[in-house]
Design a protein around this ligand. Structure first.
Ligand code: ADP
Ligand code: MG
Length: 314
Protein backbone atom coordinates (compact mmCIF):
# COMPACT_ATOMS: atom_id res chain seq x y z
CA UNK A 1 0.00 0.00 0.00
CA UNK A 2 1.07 3.55 -0.51
CA UNK A 3 2.73 5.51 2.26
CA UNK A 4 -0.36 7.50 3.18
CA UNK A 5 -2.35 4.31 3.75
CA UNK A 6 0.38 2.92 5.96
CA UNK A 7 0.61 6.12 7.98
CA UNK A 8 -3.16 6.26 8.33
CA UNK A 9 -3.12 2.60 9.36
CA UNK A 10 -0.71 3.42 12.16
CA UNK A 11 -3.08 6.08 13.44
CA UNK A 12 -6.03 3.75 13.75
CA UNK A 13 -4.22 0.51 14.56
CA UNK A 14 -1.69 0.80 17.31
CA UNK A 15 -1.62 -2.73 18.69
CA UNK A 16 -3.60 -6.00 18.79
CA UNK A 17 -6.19 -4.47 21.12
CA UNK A 18 -7.00 -1.83 18.49
CA UNK A 19 -7.65 -4.69 16.08
CA UNK A 20 -9.91 -6.24 18.72
CA UNK A 21 -11.82 -3.00 19.19
CA UNK A 22 -12.41 -2.36 15.51
CA UNK A 23 -13.36 -5.92 14.68
CA UNK A 24 -15.68 -6.32 17.67
CA UNK A 25 -17.41 -3.10 16.63
CA UNK A 26 -17.84 -4.46 13.12
CA UNK A 27 -19.33 -7.68 14.47
CA UNK A 28 -21.73 -5.75 16.69
CA UNK A 29 -22.69 -3.52 13.76
CA UNK A 30 -23.38 -6.72 11.81
CA UNK A 31 -25.89 -7.75 14.49
CA UNK A 32 -23.83 -10.61 15.90
CA UNK A 33 -25.18 -12.46 18.96
CA UNK A 34 -22.03 -14.51 19.43
CA UNK A 35 -18.48 -13.21 19.04
CA UNK A 36 -15.54 -15.48 19.54
CA UNK A 37 -11.88 -14.41 19.51
CA UNK A 38 -8.78 -16.58 19.41
CA UNK A 39 -5.33 -15.12 19.80
CA UNK A 40 -1.77 -16.37 19.67
CA UNK A 41 0.92 -14.35 21.45
CA UNK A 42 -1.59 -11.79 22.63
CA UNK A 43 -2.71 -11.21 19.06
CA UNK A 44 0.75 -10.38 17.80
CA UNK A 45 1.18 -13.49 15.70
CA UNK A 46 -2.48 -14.33 15.18
CA UNK A 47 -5.86 -12.81 15.91
CA UNK A 48 -9.06 -14.56 14.80
CA UNK A 49 -12.57 -13.25 15.28
CA UNK A 50 -15.73 -15.14 14.33
CA UNK A 51 -19.26 -13.85 14.45
CA UNK A 52 -22.76 -14.89 13.48
CA UNK A 53 -23.69 -11.50 12.06
CA UNK A 54 -25.11 -10.56 8.67
CA UNK A 55 -21.99 -11.53 6.73
CA UNK A 56 -20.42 -9.94 3.65
CA UNK A 57 -21.43 -11.05 0.15
CA UNK A 58 -18.49 -12.62 -1.69
CA UNK A 59 -18.52 -9.97 -4.42
CA UNK A 60 -18.24 -7.21 -1.83
CA UNK A 61 -15.20 -8.58 -0.01
CA UNK A 62 -12.68 -6.49 -2.00
CA UNK A 63 -14.74 -3.38 -1.34
CA UNK A 64 -14.80 -4.03 2.40
CA UNK A 65 -10.99 -3.85 2.32
CA UNK A 66 -10.86 -0.54 0.49
CA UNK A 67 -10.05 2.58 2.41
CA UNK A 68 -13.04 4.84 2.99
CA UNK A 69 -15.34 2.09 1.77
CA UNK A 70 -18.14 1.59 4.23
CA UNK A 71 -21.53 0.05 3.80
CA UNK A 72 -22.74 2.20 6.67
CA UNK A 73 -22.83 5.65 5.10
CA UNK A 74 -24.38 6.29 1.74
CA UNK A 75 -24.30 10.05 1.58
CA UNK A 76 -22.55 12.84 3.38
CA UNK A 77 -25.72 13.69 5.32
CA UNK A 78 -25.34 10.35 7.03
CA UNK A 79 -22.22 11.62 8.74
CA UNK A 80 -24.55 13.84 10.73
CA UNK A 81 -26.46 10.93 12.19
CA UNK A 82 -24.03 8.13 12.63
CA UNK A 83 -25.72 5.41 14.61
CA UNK A 84 -23.49 2.44 13.95
CA UNK A 85 -20.17 2.06 15.70
CA UNK A 86 -18.09 2.03 12.54
CA UNK A 87 -18.43 4.66 9.89
CA UNK A 88 -15.06 5.74 8.62
CA UNK A 89 -14.47 2.73 6.42
CA UNK A 90 -10.89 2.70 7.65
CA UNK A 91 -10.55 -0.22 9.99
CA UNK A 92 -10.35 -3.19 7.64
CA UNK A 93 -8.21 -1.29 5.13
CA UNK A 94 -5.86 -0.14 7.86
CA UNK A 95 -5.46 -3.58 9.40
CA UNK A 96 -5.06 -5.17 5.97
CA UNK A 97 -2.28 -2.69 5.11
CA UNK A 98 -0.14 -3.83 8.02
CA UNK A 99 -0.79 -7.58 8.25
CA UNK A 100 -1.72 -10.76 6.45
CA UNK A 101 -5.47 -10.93 6.50
CA UNK A 102 -8.02 -13.53 5.55
CA UNK A 103 -11.77 -13.02 5.58
CA UNK A 104 -14.26 -15.85 5.21
CA UNK A 105 -17.83 -14.80 5.19
CA UNK A 106 -21.30 -15.77 4.13
CA UNK A 107 -24.13 -13.31 3.88
CA UNK A 108 -27.39 -14.65 5.29
CA UNK A 109 -29.21 -14.58 1.95
CA UNK A 110 -26.29 -15.78 -0.21
CA UNK A 111 -25.91 -19.30 -1.62
CA UNK A 112 -22.15 -19.50 -1.34
CA UNK A 113 -19.64 -17.90 0.95
CA UNK A 114 -16.56 -15.93 0.03
CA UNK A 115 -12.90 -15.93 0.88
CA UNK A 116 -10.38 -13.16 0.44
CA UNK A 117 -6.71 -13.03 1.35
CA UNK A 118 -4.65 -9.96 1.51
CA UNK A 119 -1.02 -9.32 2.32
CA UNK A 120 0.21 -5.82 3.20
CA UNK A 121 -2.90 -4.45 1.54
CA UNK A 122 -2.52 -6.43 -1.72
CA UNK A 123 -5.25 -8.92 -2.50
CA UNK A 124 -3.68 -12.32 -3.21
CA UNK A 125 -6.82 -14.45 -3.45
CA UNK A 126 -10.54 -13.86 -3.87
CA UNK A 127 -12.87 -16.76 -4.43
CA UNK A 128 -16.20 -18.33 -3.58
CA UNK A 129 -16.06 -21.00 -0.95
CA UNK A 130 -18.42 -22.89 1.30
CA UNK A 131 -18.71 -21.04 4.59
CA UNK A 132 -21.03 -20.93 7.52
CA UNK A 133 -23.21 -17.84 7.94
CA UNK A 134 -21.38 -14.95 9.54
CA UNK A 135 -17.85 -13.72 9.28
CA UNK A 136 -14.45 -15.03 10.29
CA UNK A 137 -11.48 -12.69 10.06
CA UNK A 138 -7.93 -13.82 10.67
CA UNK A 139 -5.06 -11.38 11.12
CA UNK A 140 -1.57 -12.86 11.07
CA UNK A 141 1.72 -11.15 11.80
CA UNK A 142 0.45 -7.69 12.66
CA UNK A 143 2.97 -5.01 11.56
CA UNK A 144 5.19 -7.55 9.80
CA UNK A 145 5.86 -4.81 7.23
CA UNK A 146 6.29 -2.07 9.86
CA UNK A 147 9.16 -3.48 11.96
CA UNK A 148 9.56 -0.30 14.00
CA UNK A 149 5.94 -0.54 15.08
CA UNK A 150 6.20 -4.24 15.74
CA UNK A 151 9.17 -3.73 18.05
CA UNK A 152 7.10 -1.26 20.03
CA UNK A 153 4.57 -3.94 21.01
CA UNK A 154 4.63 -5.27 24.57
CA UNK A 155 4.90 -8.86 25.76
CA UNK A 156 2.20 -11.32 24.74
CA UNK A 157 0.64 -11.24 28.19
CA UNK A 158 0.59 -7.43 28.26
CA UNK A 159 -1.03 -7.29 24.83
CA UNK A 160 -3.52 -9.97 25.90
CA UNK A 161 -4.45 -7.94 28.99
CA UNK A 162 -5.43 -5.04 26.77
CA UNK A 163 -7.57 -7.30 24.63
CA UNK A 164 -9.23 -8.64 27.78
CA UNK A 165 -10.06 -5.05 28.77
CA UNK A 166 -11.63 -4.36 25.40
CA UNK A 167 -13.74 -7.53 25.55
CA UNK A 168 -14.78 -6.73 29.13
CA UNK A 169 -15.92 -3.29 28.02
CA UNK A 170 -18.04 -4.51 25.15
CA UNK A 171 -19.50 -7.32 27.26
CA UNK A 172 -20.56 -4.71 29.77
CA UNK A 173 -22.62 -2.66 27.37
CA UNK A 174 -23.78 -5.63 25.31
CA UNK A 175 -24.79 -8.08 28.03
CA UNK A 176 -27.10 -9.78 25.52
CA UNK A 177 -24.15 -10.86 23.35
CA UNK A 178 -22.05 -13.95 23.98
CA UNK A 179 -18.33 -13.19 24.02
CA UNK A 180 -15.55 -15.75 24.24
CA UNK A 181 -11.83 -15.18 24.25
CA UNK A 182 -9.18 -17.87 23.85
CA UNK A 183 -5.42 -17.44 23.96
CA UNK A 184 -3.36 -20.32 22.55
CA UNK A 185 -6.59 -22.42 22.64
CA UNK A 186 -7.09 -21.75 26.35
CA UNK A 187 -10.35 -20.11 27.33
CA UNK A 188 -9.60 -16.77 28.98
CA UNK A 189 -13.00 -15.13 29.14
CA UNK A 190 -16.60 -16.08 28.63
CA UNK A 191 -19.74 -13.99 28.78
CA UNK A 192 -22.73 -16.09 27.92
CA UNK A 193 -25.14 -13.35 26.85
CA UNK A 194 -28.65 -13.18 28.33
CA UNK A 195 -27.34 -11.04 31.19
CA UNK A 196 -27.97 -7.45 32.24
CA UNK A 197 -25.58 -4.61 32.99
CA UNK A 198 -25.75 -5.22 36.76
CA UNK A 199 -24.80 -8.90 36.39
CA UNK A 200 -21.79 -7.99 34.36
CA UNK A 201 -20.82 -5.18 36.72
CA UNK A 202 -20.98 -7.48 39.76
CA UNK A 203 -18.73 -9.87 37.94
CA UNK A 204 -16.33 -7.07 37.22
CA UNK A 205 -16.45 -5.20 40.52
CA UNK A 206 -16.86 -8.25 42.73
CA UNK A 207 -19.95 -10.12 43.96
CA UNK A 208 -19.85 -8.38 47.35
CA UNK A 209 -19.94 -4.90 45.90
CA UNK A 210 -22.77 -2.62 46.91
CA UNK A 211 -23.56 -0.91 43.66
CA UNK A 212 -25.43 2.39 43.56
CA UNK A 213 -27.48 3.22 40.53
CA UNK A 214 -29.43 6.11 39.14
CA UNK A 215 -30.84 6.86 35.73
CA UNK A 216 -32.90 9.53 34.07
CA UNK A 217 -34.09 10.89 30.81
CA UNK A 218 -34.10 14.52 29.72
CA UNK A 219 -35.66 15.08 26.34
CA UNK A 220 -33.83 12.75 23.98
CA UNK A 221 -30.83 12.41 26.29
CA UNK A 222 -30.69 9.45 28.63
CA UNK A 223 -28.15 8.72 31.33
CA UNK A 224 -27.52 5.60 33.40
CA UNK A 225 -24.93 5.68 36.16
CA UNK A 226 -23.52 2.99 38.43
CA UNK A 227 -21.10 3.62 41.25
CA UNK A 228 -18.86 1.38 43.28
CA UNK A 229 -17.54 3.58 46.10
CA UNK A 230 -14.11 2.43 47.15
CA UNK A 231 -13.39 3.60 50.69
CA UNK A 232 -9.93 5.02 51.27
CA UNK A 233 -9.41 5.36 47.58
CA UNK A 234 -8.34 8.67 46.13
CA UNK A 235 -9.03 7.65 42.57
CA UNK A 236 -12.00 8.23 40.35
CA UNK A 237 -12.14 5.62 37.61
CA UNK A 238 -14.75 6.33 34.96
CA UNK A 239 -15.94 4.04 32.24
CA UNK A 240 -17.90 6.31 29.94
CA UNK A 241 -19.84 5.03 26.95
CA UNK A 242 -21.64 7.41 24.63
CA UNK A 243 -24.01 5.67 22.24
CA UNK A 244 -22.20 2.43 22.92
CA UNK A 245 -18.71 3.79 22.32
CA UNK A 246 -16.09 3.87 25.04
CA UNK A 247 -14.83 7.44 25.20
CA UNK A 248 -13.12 9.92 27.48
CA UNK A 249 -14.65 13.24 28.36
CA UNK A 250 -13.35 15.83 30.80
CA UNK A 251 -16.77 17.46 31.30
CA UNK A 252 -18.34 14.19 32.50
CA UNK A 253 -15.46 13.68 34.92
CA UNK A 254 -15.96 17.25 36.14
CA UNK A 255 -19.70 16.63 36.60
CA UNK A 256 -18.99 13.72 38.96
CA UNK A 257 -16.47 15.54 41.07
CA UNK A 258 -18.59 18.69 41.15
CA UNK A 259 -21.52 16.63 42.47
CA UNK A 260 -19.31 15.44 45.30
CA UNK A 261 -15.64 16.13 45.81
CA UNK A 262 -15.38 12.60 47.23
CA UNK A 263 -16.68 10.77 44.17
CA UNK A 264 -13.94 8.19 44.65
CA UNK A 265 -14.31 4.73 43.27
CA UNK A 266 -15.43 3.21 40.01
CA UNK A 267 -18.13 4.61 37.78
CA UNK A 268 -19.99 3.31 34.81
CA UNK A 269 -21.69 6.09 32.87
CA UNK A 270 -23.84 5.26 29.86
CA UNK A 271 -25.14 8.18 27.85
CA UNK A 272 -27.45 7.76 24.91
CA UNK A 273 -28.59 10.56 22.67
CA UNK A 274 -29.51 11.11 19.04
CA UNK A 275 -26.42 10.72 16.85
CA UNK A 276 -26.78 14.24 15.49
CA UNK A 277 -26.38 15.66 19.01
CA UNK A 278 -22.90 14.26 19.48
CA UNK A 279 -19.82 14.51 17.31
CA UNK A 280 -17.77 11.36 17.42
CA UNK A 281 -15.93 12.24 14.27
CA UNK A 282 -13.11 14.30 15.74
CA UNK A 283 -10.47 11.61 16.17
CA UNK A 284 -9.56 8.57 14.07
CA UNK A 285 -9.73 6.17 16.98
CA UNK A 286 -12.97 7.78 18.06
CA UNK A 287 -12.01 8.10 21.70
CA UNK A 288 -13.20 11.64 22.10
CA UNK A 289 -16.64 13.08 21.64
CA UNK A 290 -18.08 16.53 21.43
CA UNK A 291 -21.58 17.11 22.70
CA UNK A 292 -23.67 19.64 20.78
CA UNK A 293 -25.19 20.70 24.08
CA UNK A 294 -22.46 19.96 26.55
CA UNK A 295 -24.29 21.78 29.36
CA UNK A 296 -27.12 19.23 29.20
CA UNK A 297 -24.73 16.29 29.26
CA UNK A 298 -22.95 17.79 32.26
CA UNK A 299 -26.22 18.45 34.06
CA UNK A 300 -27.80 15.02 33.62
CA UNK A 301 -24.64 13.31 34.87
CA UNK A 302 -24.39 15.77 37.75
CA UNK A 303 -28.05 15.22 38.74
CA UNK A 304 -27.73 11.43 38.69
CA UNK A 305 -24.51 11.56 40.66
CA UNK A 306 -26.30 13.74 43.24
CA UNK A 307 -29.12 11.19 43.42
CA UNK A 308 -26.58 8.44 43.99
CA UNK A 309 -24.81 10.33 46.77
CA UNK A 310 -28.20 10.97 48.39
CA UNK A 311 -28.89 7.20 48.44
CA UNK A 312 -25.58 6.62 50.06
CA UNK A 313 -26.21 9.07 52.86
CA UNK A 314 -29.79 7.97 53.52
P1 ADP B 1 -16.75 0.69 8.77
O1 ADP B 1 -17.01 -0.18 9.96
O2 ADP B 1 -16.33 2.05 9.14
O3 ADP B 1 -17.87 0.65 7.76
P2 ADP B 1 -14.63 -1.13 8.26
O4 ADP B 1 -13.35 -0.98 7.50
O5 ADP B 1 -14.54 -1.42 9.72
O6 ADP B 1 -15.46 0.16 8.01
O7 ADP B 1 -15.50 -2.24 7.55
C1 ADP B 1 -15.79 -2.10 6.16
C2 ADP B 1 -17.08 -2.78 5.78
O8 ADP B 1 -16.93 -4.20 5.84
C3 ADP B 1 -18.25 -2.47 6.70
O9 ADP B 1 -18.90 -1.27 6.30
C4 ADP B 1 -19.13 -3.70 6.52
O10 ADP B 1 -19.93 -3.56 5.37
C5 ADP B 1 -18.14 -4.81 6.25
N1 ADP B 1 -17.84 -5.62 7.45
C6 ADP B 1 -16.72 -5.55 8.21
N2 ADP B 1 -16.75 -6.46 9.20
C7 ADP B 1 -17.93 -7.11 9.11
C8 ADP B 1 -18.58 -8.17 9.85
N3 ADP B 1 -18.00 -8.74 10.92
N4 ADP B 1 -19.81 -8.59 9.42
C9 ADP B 1 -20.39 -8.03 8.35
N5 ADP B 1 -19.85 -7.03 7.60
C10 ADP B 1 -18.63 -6.57 7.97
MG1 MG C 1 -15.67 -0.68 11.41
Amino acid sequence: PDISTRIAAGEVIERPSSVAKELIENSLDAGARTISIQTEQGGKSSFVIEDDGCGIPCAELPLALERYATSKITDIEDLERISTLGYRGEALASIAAVSRMEIRSKAAEAEAGGLIRCEAGEITLHTETPAKPGTRIQIDDLFFNLPARRKFLKTSSAELRRIVQIVNDYALIHPEVTFRLYEESKKILEYTGAACVEDTLLRRWGRQTKIYHSESQSGSLSARLWWNPIPDSRRVVIMLFVNGRRVQDAAIRAALSTADAAAYGEWLVLLDLPPQDVDVNIHPTKEEVRFRRSGEAFKIVYDNAKAIFAQRHS
